[in-house]
Design a protein around this ligand. Structure first.
Ligand code: AMP
Length: 546
C-alpha cells in the first residue's frame, strides 16, 4: 500500500491517522461507540489526530522521552485509543494491558516492561495497582482517565492535562525499525514474555486488511477483540485505520442480543470475531435473521482458536455467510493463514498462507532441531519464513527465549498442524502446555505461581481441560502442605485467592486436590499427564465447583 511513509518516516500514527485527517477524509468517522453509557460516541479522523496529539503533548509536557513504555490498562474506552495513537505519535512504546487482569498479572507486566507511564481508570488503579506501587520503581506517571480533580500525590488527571495540551503535535522522524508496541504473551516454563513489534509492522497489517478483509472505503468494520490482546490492536486499531474506514468499538461484555442488534443497527459489513463468541451465539438458539437485518454483512472472519466445521456451517445457515478462519499469533503480529485466500472454504481448515508468507510443516527432534519436512497429511510443527514486517523483533529482555523461536531459517510457531495434498492447513493443537481459554493464552506457570502463594499449597500444576463453550477451562491440581484438609472451604479459599490476584480472565475455574503430581525421571512435573483423568488420582474428583 502506497503513502504510508512521509517526511516523518514510517510511523503508525501517520499511516493510520494523519494521512486521512486532512481534507474530506478528516470528517469521516474513524471509531464509533454505539452504546457507551447509552450515548453514541463518534470520533472522526480529524478528532483522532487532535486527541492523539494532545496525548503526545501530555507525554512531552511530563518529560517522557521517545522509546519509553506507556502502558494502558483500561476497558475499550476512547482514552485507550487516543493513548495508543498518541504513544506512537510520540515514538514511545504502547503496551496494552487487559482490563480483566487482576493485580498480579498487571504488576508483573508493568515491572518487566519498566513502563514509565500508566494510563488507567481510578477504579482499576485503586483496586489493582496503588497498593503494589512500591514494586514499580520505573513507573513515573499514572494518568487517570476519569477524573478532573487536581493532581493527587501519585496520580494526575488525564482529561485536564489533555485539554491544556496543544491540538497538534508533529510526529518526529521515525525509523521503521523503532519499537512501537509491546504485547505480553504466555510461556510454559516462565512468566509471560513481552513481544516487541515495530512501526514497520503497519505495512503488513495494511496489506492484510486488503488481502483478507478486502477493506473498501464504505466498510463498517467490527473487531470484537480487546486491544489487551494482539488482535484488538493489530486489527482493532491499526489495520482498519490504515485503510481510512469506520470501526465499531463495543466497550461492554458479550451479550447475544446486544451483539446482534449491533451488527444490524450499525450495518456492520466486515466482522472479525472468535470461535468462543460464535459458540455462544450458536448455543443461544436464536434464529437471528428472523429478528435482525444482517443484510449489510459481507464477510465474517474468526481468529484465536480452532474454528470447528460445525461453526462454519452454523454461521452460513444462521448469519448468511460461512465464517472465514484466520490463523496467527502475538509473535507474527498479523494474519498468516486464512481461508480468505484459499480457493474455497473447507470447513475445519484454516486455509492457505497469505501471498507473502511461506509456511511449512516440519518434524522436530527432542532437542528442538528441525529434522525435515512432514509429508502431506502428517502432523508436524507449523513454521514460517521470517520475511514479513509485523513479525516480532524480540522478547523484551529475554534474548535466549527469542533465539529459541528460530531454527534452520524458520520461525517456529509452537503449533501442531497438518497440510493436506492441496495445500490446506488443519490445526491440530499446541506443541506445548500453554492454555487457550475463551481465545486468551494463559501461562500455566503464572497461575501456578499465584496458587503457590496460598499457605495451604505445597505444589500446583495447571492445565486446560476441554470446555464446549470457551475451548479450554483453566484447571489447577494442587498438593497440600501437612495439616490442611482437602475440603470445600479450602477449595473456595483457593479459588478466591487466585481470582483476587489474577483477575477473571486467567484464574482457574476448577481446583482438584491430589496426593502427588506426575513427574518425569528428573522429577519435573509433567502437566500433559494431568490431562488423563485416570492418571491423576484426584482425592475428591466428584466435587469440582467453580
Ligand atoms: P495469541 O498469541 O494470544 O494470539 O494466540 C496464538 C495462538 O492461538 C496460536 O499459536 C494458536 O495456538 C491459537 N490460534 C490462533 N488462531 C487460530 C486458529 N485460526 N485456529 C486454531 N488456533 C488458533
Amino acid at each position: 500500500m502506497n503513502g504510508l511513509t512521509a517526511d516523518c518516516g514510517l510511523n503508525i500514527a501517520h499511516a493510520t491517522v494523519d494521512r486521512h485527517a486532512t481534507g474530506v477524509g478528516g470528517s469521516r468517522v474513524a471509531l464509533r461507540w454505539p452504546e457507551a453509557n447509552g450515548d453514541r460516541i463518534e470520533v472522526t479522523y480529524a478528532d483522532l489526530r487532535e486527541e492523539s496529539s494532545r496525548f503526545a503533548g501530555v507525554l512531552a509536557g511530563l518529560g517522557v522521552k521517545s522509546g519509553a513504555v506507556v502502558a494502558v490498562y483500561t476497558g475499550r474506552i476512547p482514552a485507550l485509543y487516543f493513548a495508543a495513537l498518541g504513544t506512537w505519535r510520540s515514538r514511545c512504546v504502547f503496551c496494552p494491558l487487559f482490563s480483566d487482569f487482576g493485580p498480579e498479572p498487571v504488576i508483573h507486566r508493568l515491572a518487566i516492561s519498566r513502563a514509565a507511564v500508566l494510563v488507567t481508570t481510578s477504579l482499576l488503579y485503586r483496586m489493582n495497582v496503588d497498593g503494589l506501587r512500591s514494586r514499580l520503581p520505573h513507573l513515573q506517571h499514572v494518568l487517570l482517565t476519569d477524573t478532573d480533580a487536581a493532581h493527587g500525590k501519585d496520580t494526575a488527571p488525564l482529561p485536564r492535562l489533555m485539554r491544556a495540551a496543544p491540538a497538534f503535535f508533529p510526529i518526529g522522524f521515525t525509523d521503521p525499525e523503532e519499537r512501537a508496541t509491546l504485547h505480553f504473551t504466555s510461556g510454559t516454563t516462565g512468566m509471560p514474555k513481552g513481544a516487541v513489534h515495530v512501526h514497520d509492522g503497519v505495512r503488513y497489517l495494511a496489506q492484510t486488511g486488503k488481502e483478507v478483509f478486502d477493506f473498501r472505503g464504505s466498510d463498517i468494520f467490527w473487531c470484537t477483540a480487546d486491544p489487551g490482546w494482539v488482535t484488538g490492536t493489530s486489527y482493532g486499531i491499526v489495520a482498519p485505520l490504515a485503510h481510512g474506514i469506520t470501526s465499531i468499538v463495543d466497550s461492554e461484555a458479550f451479550d447475544v442480543r446486544r451483539w446482534y442488534r449491533m451488527l444490524a443497527q450499525e450495518r456492520v459489513s466486515v466482522w472479525y470475531t472468535s470461535p468462543s463468541a460464535i459458540r455462544r451465539l450458536m448455543r443461544a438458539g436464536i434464529s437471528p435473521r428472523d429478528t435482525y437485518d444482517l443484510g449489510a454483512l459481507r464477510l465474517i472472519c474468526s481468529v484465536g482458536e480452532p474454528l470447528a466445521a460445525e461453526a462454519v456451517r452454523w454461521t452460513e445457515r444462521s448469519l448468511g455467510l460461512p465464517a472465514v478462519d484466520t490463523w496467527w499469533q502475538t509473535e507474527t503480529g498479523g494474519i498468516m493463514i486464512s481461508s480468505a485466500v484459499a480457493p474455497q472454504i473447507r470447513p475445519g481448515s484454516m486455509g492457505w498462507p497469505l501471498r507473502e508468507i511461506e509456511a511449512a510443516v516440519v518434524r522436530r527432534a527432542e532437542d528442538g532441531t528441525v529434522i525435515g519436512s512432514a509429508v502431506p497429511g502428517e502432523v508436524g510443527e507449523l513454521v514460517l519464513k521470517p520475511n514479513w514486517s509485523s513479525l516480532f523483533r524480540e522478547y523484551l529482555r529475554a534474548p535466549e527465549t527469542y533465539a529459541r523461536c528460530f531454527a534452520g531459517g524458520w520461525y517456529l510457531s509452537g503449533d501442531l498442524v497438518r497440510r493436506d495434498s492441496e495445500g490446506y492447513f488443519w490445526f491440530v493443537g499446541r506443541a506445548d502446555d500453554i492454555i487457550k481459554t475463551a481465545g486468551h493464552l494463559v501461562s500455566p506457570f503464572e497461575v501456578e505461581s499465584v496458587l503457590m502463594g496460598h499457605p495451604a499449597v505445597s505444589e500446583a500444576a495447571v492445565i486446560g481441560t476441554p470446555d464446549p463453550l470457551i475451548g479450554e477451562r483453566v484447571k489447577a491440581f494442587v498438593t497440600l502442605k501437612p495439616g490442611w484438609n482437602a475440603d470445600q472451604p479450602l477449595r473456595r479459599s483457593l479459588l478466591g485467592h487466585a481470582r483476587s490476584r489474577l483477575g477473571p480472565a486467567i484464574s482457574p475455574r476448577e481446583i482438584a486436590f491430589v496426593d502427588d503430581l506426575p513427574r518425569n525421571r528428573a522429577g519435573k512435573i509433567v502437566r500433559r499427564l494431568l490431562k488423563d483423568p485416570e492418571a491423576t488420582g484426584e482425592t475428591d474428583s466428584a466435587d469440582r465447583s467453580a
